[in-house]
Design a binder for this molecule. Structure first.
Ligand code: GDP
Ligand code: MN
Length: 383
């Protein structure tokens, strides 16, 4: 899960990383007021989860609070498009931060290096531009230091890496201190990446994180409830956002047959068989193991949020979970919601006969094979 710049900076501030002062807002008048606190000398930055905001016109420097307010009014609701993100993202909030003078821009990041299966610290004297560009133009200007999973990094290693990166002497100690804090923040917040670009050196010789991008490992979100609550960005598909809020693995695919299966493989097979039968899947949805009624209900509700859905295909295989238990869950769920489209269920596996009996005479039409079920639901949906 990517955090917005302002959230990333809040996190880093907790670890003592110096960042320019600033406040986030979605209101132009408020933006003007914040800018006034800094004497009008501010940078207004679109809070969208994509790189290259500067080039996309989402970052602008100001000398007057009126202009900062006017720019905010212009930005809010606007879709920003960058090379990294051609579909673009709609701006909902801006960060209004005090303008700092920048003498030099460095790059520093802590991230997972999948090649060496370790987290690393990356440092470069060439900040400001995208790191991919640095890697292309000045590959020698990037220093990578692995973090030992058990022992971490020593102060000595950090100082060494900073010197190796040719960070000017007066800034080295600040840089080393910042890296130490970044590594701590990275480890304690289950981050996959913390990137500071630019890490700005002011003419007075102060080092600040002028930009910050933090990404948290999704698999750790159960212990970061505070982030989960804010993870649903408007730029996402609204149904996918709702599904993610409910903890449901759902991807919208654009077709007309809603799909729910207990297991990712079953769902993928269902999508293929729907195609083979001449239909198109509306979604991927893995209901997961077990199948409690409230879980099934929640998943069905998500599927039905898509107005294109004209039929639903349930692909249930009873392994450890018995088919009859799943069937009961499905019926309980259907008793609580009004499903107006045809539903076909392929059920197979442990206790399939009992499961079949439970579904008899209900609105859920049982089928034996996946192919049969797929053909039937495509027919019914088109009828
Ligand atoms: P990004 O394009 O999404 O990475 O957004 P950044 O926050 O990195 O901003 C882009 C560029 O704007 C930076 O590389 C800086 O050159 C410039 N910038 C951002 N904040 C400030 C600031 O406070 N003062 C000055 N002088 N430049 C800034
Ligand atoms: Mn940046």
């Amino acid at each position: 899960m990517k955090l917005h710049e302002y959230q990333s900076k809040e996190l880093l501030t907790k670890y003592g990383v110096p960042v320019p002062r600033g406040e986030v807002t979605s209101d132009a008048t408020q933006a003007r007021e914040i800018a006034e606190q800094f004497g009008g000398k501010v940078v207004v930055k679109a809070q969208v989860l994509m790189g290259g905001r500067g080039k996309a016109g989402g970052v602008k420097l100001f000398n007057s609070s009126e202009e900062a307010g006017a720019f905010t009014a212009e930005l809010i609701g606007k879709r920003l498009i960058s090379i990294q993100n051609p579909a673009g993202m709609v701006v909902e909030k801006v960060l209004v931060a005090e303008l700092i003078d920048i003498a030099e821009e460095y790059y520093v990041a802590v991230l997972l290096d999948r090649n060496i299966q370790k987290s690393i610290v990356m440092i470069s004297k060439e900040g400001g531009m995208e790191i991919e560009e640095v890697a292309e133009k000045h590959p020698d200007a990037i220093v990578k230091m692995p973090i030992d999973p058990k022992w971490g990094v020593s102060d000595y290693d950090i100082r060494n890496a900073v010197a190796q990166a040719n960070i000017p002497k007066p800034a080295r100690s600040q840089m080393a201190q910042m890296i130490k804090k970044l590594v701590k923040a990275y480890q304690e917040s289950d981050a996959e990446m913390i990137e500071i670009n630019p890490c700005a050196l002011t003419p007075e010789g102060k080092l600040l994180a002028a930009d910050a991008k933090v990404s948290i490992d999704d698999n750790s979100l159960f212990r970061h409830a505070d982030y989960r609550a804010t993870s649903h960005d408007s730029a996402e598909d609204p149904i996918e956002a709702e599904a993610s809020k409910r903890g449901v693995a759902y991807v919208r695919l654009g077709g007309e047959i809603g799909i729910m299966g207990n297991g990712a493989g079953l769902v993928m097979q269902s999508i293929d068989e729907i195609s083979a039968a001449g239909g198109k899947a509306a979604n991927f949805l893995d209901v997961g193991g077990g199948a409690q009624a409230d879980r099934v209900k929640s998943c069905m509700e998500v599927i039905l949020m898509d107005p294109n859905v004209k039929g639903i295909f349930l692909n249930i295989f009873g392994g450890i979970t018995r088919v009859d238990e799943v069937a009961k869950g499905v019926l309980d769920a259907f008793a609580q919601i009004d499903v107006k489209v045809p539903v076909v269920a392929r059920i197979e596996g442990t206790a399939v006969e009992e499961g079949r009996k439970i579904l008899e005479g209900t609105q859920i039409i049982p089928a034996q094979t996946v192919q049969e079920a797929a053909k039937l639901i495509v027919e019914l949906a088109n009828a």
